[in-house]
Design a binder for this molecule. Structure first.
Ligand code: DGL
Length: 270
C-alpha cells in the first residue's frame, strides 16, 4: 500500500486523456499532473531536446514524492524509455499497453499508427507490435498538425479545418484497409469523432492515454502500490505556462471541470 500520488506528465494537456481514465478506474488515487504547456509541442523537436525536456519533467515529479511516473505522451515514451527505466519508482509509458490492445483488437492483422513526427520516426510502436506478433502489417503516418489543432480547441467534427487535415493525413492508411488504428499521441483522442468519420466506423480506434492508464493500474497492483483508502487532498495540476487557459482546454480532455489546484512552475529549474 502506498498513499503517495501517481505522477503523470505530458508535453501539454494530452496526458489528461490518461488522467481521465485513471480517475475512472482508480477513483481513490491522488494524481499529480505536469503539462509542459510552455514548451509544447515536443513532437517536432530533436531527440536531444525531447530527452532534456523529459528528464526535467521526470525530476519535477520525483521532487514531489510520487510513487510512480506515467509518461502520458507518445513522443516521450518513444524517446526517453531508458531514462524512465532508471527512475527509483515504477515507470509506465504508453507503448506496450497500447500495442498490446491493438494486437488484441485486430482481426485482419493490419494496424495503422498515427502520432507525432518524433514518435513515427522512432518506429517505437511498430517495434512493440512486431515483438508481440511479427505477422502484423503496420502502416504509419505522422500527424503533427493535430497537436496544435487540439491545443487550440479545433476539436469538434464541425471544425472544417481539422477535418481537411485529417482527410489529408489519413487517406493513405485508410486505403491500406487497416481495421485498427492506434491514436499514438495522447492529444488525438480529443478529435476521435473526426478521425472516426474519416476512417470509417468499422475501424477500431485505440486510445494511447486510456491504455496507458490501464497499464499503470496493472503495474501498481503488481507492486502493491495502490492506496488503501480515499485520499483527503485533491489532485494537483502543474503547468509551465498560463494557468488560465489550462482550465478551459483541460475540461475538454477530462470531460469534467478541473477540481484541484493548478499552479505554474518554472520547469527550467529542474
Ligand atoms: N501528447 C503528446 C504525444 O503523445 C504530444 C505532442 C507533442 O508535444 O508534440 O506525443
Amino acid at each position: 500500500m502506498d498513499n503517495r500520488p501517481i505522477g503523470v506528465f505530458d508535453s501539454g494537456l494530452g496526458g489528461l486523456t490518461a488522467v481521465k481514465e485513471l480517475m475512472r478506474i482508480l477513483p481513490n488515487e491522488r494524481i499529480l499532473y505536469f503539462g509542459d504547456t510552455g514548451r509544447v509541442p515536443y513532437g517536432t523537436r530533436s531527440r536531444d531536446t525531447i530527452l532534456r525536456y523529459s528528464k526535467q519533467d521526470m525530476r519535477f515529479l520525483l521532487k514531489h514524492n510520487v510513487k510512480a511516473v506515467l509518461a502520458a505522451c507518445g513522443t516521450v515514451s518513444s524517446t526517453a524509455k531508458a531514462e524512465g527505466d532508471r527512475l527509483p519508482v515504477p515507470y509506465i509509458d504508453v507503448l506496450r499497453p497500447t500495442a498490446r490492445a491493438a494486437v488484441n483488437q485486430t482481426k485482419n492483422k493490419k494496424i495503422g499508427i498515427i502520432g507525432t513526427s518524433a514518435t513515427i520516426a522512432s518506429g517505437s510502436y511498430r517495434r512493440e507490435i512486431l515483438m508481440i506478433d511479427p505477422e502484423i502489417e503496420v502502416y504509419e503516418q505522422a500527424c503533427p498538425l493535430f497537436v496544435s489543432l487540439v491545443e487550440n480547441g479545433f476539436v469538434t467534427p464541425q471544425d472544417e479545418v481539422t477535418r481537411l487535415v485529417a482527410e489529408r493525413y489519413l487517406a493513405a492508411i485508410r486505403e491500406k484497409g487497416v481495421d485498427t488504428l492506434i491514436l499514438g499521441c495522447t492529444h488525438f483522442p480529443i478529435i476521435s469523432a473526426t478521425i472516426r468519420s474519416v476512417m470509417g466506423r468499422h475501424v477500431q480506434l485505440i486510445d494511447a492515454g486510456r491504455e496507458a492508464a490501464l497499464g499503470c493500474l496493472e503495474v501498481l497492483k503488481a507492486a502493491d502500490l495502490l492506496c488503501d483508502a480515499e485520499q483527503e487532498s485533491e489532485h494537483q495540476y502543474f503547468v509551465s505556462d498560463d494557468t488560465q487557459s489550462f482550465y478551459h482546454v483541460a475540461e475538454l480532455f477530462l470531460g469534467q471541470s478541473v477540481r484541484g489546484k493548478v499552479e505554474r512552475i518554472d520547469i527550467e529549474n529542474y
